[in-house]
Design a protein around this ligand. Sequence first.
Ligand code: PLP
Length: 368
Amino acid sequence: MRAMMIEQFANSFVCDLVAYEPGKPIDETARELGLEASEIVKLASNENPLGPSPLAQAAMMAAINEAHIYPDGGGYRLRHAIAEEFSLSMDHVILGNGSNEIIELLCHTFLNRQAELIAAEHAFVVYQLMATLFGARYVKVPDPGFVHDLDAMADAITPQTRLVFIANPNNPTGTMVGQAAIDRFMARVPEQVVVVFDEAYYEFPENPPDTLQYVRAGRNVCVLRTFSKIHGLAALRVGYGLASPAVAKLLQKARQPFNVNAIAQAGALAALKDTNHIAKTRNVNLEGMKFYEDAFRQRGLEFVPSYANFLLVRVGQGDQLFRNMLKQGVIIRAMSSYGLPDWVRISIGTAAQNARCLEVLDSVLAPA
Ligand SMILES: *Cc1c(COP(=O)(O)O)cnc(C)c1O
């Protein structure tokens, strides 16, 4: 008898899904190259090159002693601190196992097989993965010059649209849309649409637009922020959403009861107040950004001016370049999965990491 294929009993949109491909891990690379982990330079996942907030580290050490107790499922202290930070009330705040979880909760709450999710052509790929998992229609709107075209995105809204995702600054492009475009967009959005501003890199640009005004005004908006980038806590998996109480209440119903662990809550709470670490991180990023921009200009390499902590640069064969740099222990990100085979994305590191990255990039790009 021929064996049955279990796939035929699974949801077709799950079978067809191409899983998210994370940045190549340091340990795996070190093993493959026979190097020490400390010799690897990873500039592939927009992580904080200065490491975790020192205040967060101390708080997490203390929290370990209570690891036998279930976490506060309501996340009271962290939500309270976040609400205070932005002059909102706690019922505006939802915590997630990374802001990625909140993306999933939004899809759980608002998508089905008839619904549409709108995003920009080169937006963060997780939106498409999630929309697909819920069997919804994913509508891609062209983004000329890699900048979200919010007027075109508003034009794309139909009665089936439930979610619009605006990544600002966007990953992997690093571009940002300004206040005027956002205000014009918000004036056109109908009530049955929840607008999601994914602001994972909010703390990096000089003058990011104010989207919290729409949360305060009670619009159907969810602003996503994370502890993974500026605070250097990517391993903890903690992010948050700021939404109108009506939207936040629905999202709270869709989550697991203990979705954010106690050590993460303690670390995030301390990191929120670590203004020193935040300022240092911004400075290192600014310096690194200048370093790469100058270097790319000198070499005649096209790049997309970035408001975040990474740069998209055009190198020709991105997959090949990724592999060649990997052989020398420098991990960057190829962009073919974003439909950009000529480009790579480089996260800004410390001065030493950036210098090493450029050295290896030069050696690989040099004509043989
Ligand atoms: C890094 C990133 C996130 C953060 O994800 P976490 O789950 O909070 O680690 C969210 N959105 C975008 C666009 C990102 O680049």
